[in-house]
Design a protein around this ligand. Structure first.
Ligand SMILES: [Zn+2]
Length: 264
């Protein structure tokens, strides 16, 4: 509980205990066909990636296959300036996950069944979570946030992706997770903080269905990262509503942000 206030823990835990399936998004505990299935070889792959979420952030190149070749990404090293910026972004990310709005909005979405855990075939988003948590994946990951918080700065490793790639980072779902950071860090601190939080969800073992941000916009990793960015903008605006018109984010999250008057 070093970074998490008791208030936040109280805000999160009841929601964790009350997670219920909703008719809006098919929840894992309704998907009886997947229970007890042994993960396929494909599911043992551990890497997930984060792509630039905002169309106006920088140019989007053809990432996809380039980022998945054996040549890329390449390990590199941080310059002192890059490490300083990443450290500052991590500090911001720690503030954002402690903001009561972070737990509050995620709880809203969870209660409405608007965090998407659906996935076709063997690509279930929750398949790398402990199997006894498959029926309550959001609650499990929110508990992980409370217990383990964000990665320390020493877990972040510098990588360079192929020129033109829009990948911002990747992470692994293992006991001692590291986060690979794209060295092209000319993004805002808020966006980098959002990526840090997105990647943290992957280290807690949520996976995407494909290397396609558009189809994963409403999963927990994307919504948590997008929410953190929105809270940052809102707080920087004196806790007055901000415009998110240029931002790509899940429609359900946008509706929640508008309902709570974080966005207009
Ligand atoms: Zn991701």
């Amino acid at each position: 509980m070093k970074y998490w206030s008791p208030l936040l823990a109280c805000a999160l835990l009841p929601a964790c205990q009350q997670e219920k399936p909703s008719s809006e998004v098919k929840q894992p505990d309704r998907d009886r066909s997947v229970q007890g299935v042994v993960p396929s070889v494909e599911e043992t792959a551990t890497e997930d990636t984060t792509h630039l979420p905002y169309p106006d952030d920088t140019g989007h190149g053809a990432d996809g296959q380039a980022a998945l070749t054996t040549e890329w990404p390449k390990p590199d090293s941080f310059t002192p300036e890059q490490l300083e910026k990443l450290t500052e972004a991590l500090r911001l990310a720690n503030r954002l996950i402690k903001d009561p709005l972070f737990a509050g909005v995620l709880r809203d979405l969870q209660d409405r069944g608007q965090i998407d855990w659906r996935a076709p075939g063997t690509k279930r988003r929750y398949s790398r979570l402990p199997q006894d948590q498959w029926a309550r994946p959001t609650a499990y990951i929110m508990e992980q946030f409370i217990q383990k918080q964000l990665n320390p700065i020493t877990d972040f490793r510098p990588y360079r992706w192929a020129p033109g790639s829009d990948v911002t980072g990747s992470s692994t779902c293992v006991a001692d997770p590291k986060i690979n950071v794209n060295l092209i860090m000319n993004r805002s601190l808020g966006n980098i903080a959002g990526t840090i939080i997105h990647e943290r969800v992957h280290t807690f073992c949520q996976r995407h269905t494909c290397n396609c941000p558009e189809e994963n916009q409403c999963d927990l990793a994307y919504q948590a990262g997008s929410l953190a960015r929105a809270i940052n903008l809102y707080r920087a605006n004196g806790s007055r509503p901000v415009s998110l018109r240029r931002h790509k984010l899940c429609a359900a999250l946008k509706a929640r942000l508008e309902a709570r008057r974080l966005a207009s």
